[in-house]
Design a protein around this ligand. Structure first.
Ligand code: C5P
Length: 231
């Protein structure tokens, strides 16, 4: 069985190219992330097709943020589909509402702490309080988990700190910002390799561009699977 610790981000514009990419990757991955970039390109339909017809696990990366009632309704609607993970921003009121909306389903709510593409200068521009990013991420993770989140999204550089939190016991840590040695960073700023992310406590790693821009996405996914298998 394929290792589901690798989640491949299908950050291509529409469902057709997403399906073609998943077909190229084949059994080198069994867990896919579908995000906002594909929302208007049939992303939800692709999520259902990959899940129902191809037996893949699905992470819907919607990063929801709104008043509680709206988040709860949105999540209740999404929870009707038999999907696996859904992201919301990690503010406690958003997390509580999302968990209410997901109640009774198998959908796991993952809280976004601080985007892995942001550094301290970006947070200053957003007027986020002063402090080191790892401290802020850890505090946001603790609050989101205490509010009921099934897990958190964080940079692999913060995985070990979050794993050590009492609130993180039995919860999921999912890390984007993962780059195999030698891969281009793109806009990611707080990165680590697949192996070090898992060693530091991540349950799943999300990898996008290093796979879908590769000449052979299947070979790129296989190389990451081999790195994880060697742990
Ligand atoms: O191409 P790359 O490997 O950087 O893709 C990472 C994916 O993870 C993207 O789809 C991005 O939206 C997502 N993500 C992230 N940082 C977060 C949450 C999600 O990079 N904090």
């Amino acid at each position: 069985m394929t290792d589901d610790r690798l989640i491949v981000a299908l950050d291509v514009p529409n469902a057709l190219s997403g399906l073609q990419l998943a077909q190229k990757i084949g059994d080198a991955a069994c867990f896919y992330k579908i995000g906002l970039g594909m929302l208007t390109g049939g992303g939800l339909a692709l999520a259902n097709e990959l899940k129902q017809d191809h037996g893949k696990r699905i992470f819907l990366d919607m990063k929801l943020f709104d008043i509680g009632a709206t988040v709860e309704n949105a999540v209740r609607g999404l929870a009707q589909f038999d999907l696996d993970f859904l992201t919301v921003h990690g503010d406690p009121h958003v997390v509580r509402a999302a968990c209410e909306g997901a109640a009774g389903s198998n959908l796991k709510i993952l809280a976004v702490t601080i985007l892995t593409s942001l550094d301290r200068g970006d947070l200053d521009a957003c007027m986020i309080q002063s402090g080191d990013i790892p401290d802020l991420v850890t505090e946001r993770a603790a609050r989101a988990l205490a509010a009921g989140a099934h897990g958190v999204i964080a940079s692999p550089q913060e995985a070990a700190l979050i794993r050590a939190l009492p609130e993180a016991s039995g919860k999921l840590i999912v890390t984007p910002g993962v780059r195999p040695t030698g891969s281009a960073l793109g806009d990611q700023k707080r990165v680590a390799t697949p192996a070090s992310a898992i060693t530091d406590g991540a349950d799943h790693i999300v990898v996008g561009r290093p796979i879908w821009t590769a000449d052979s996405p299947r070979a790129a996914a296989q190389a990451i699977q081999a790195e994880l298998a060697a742990l």
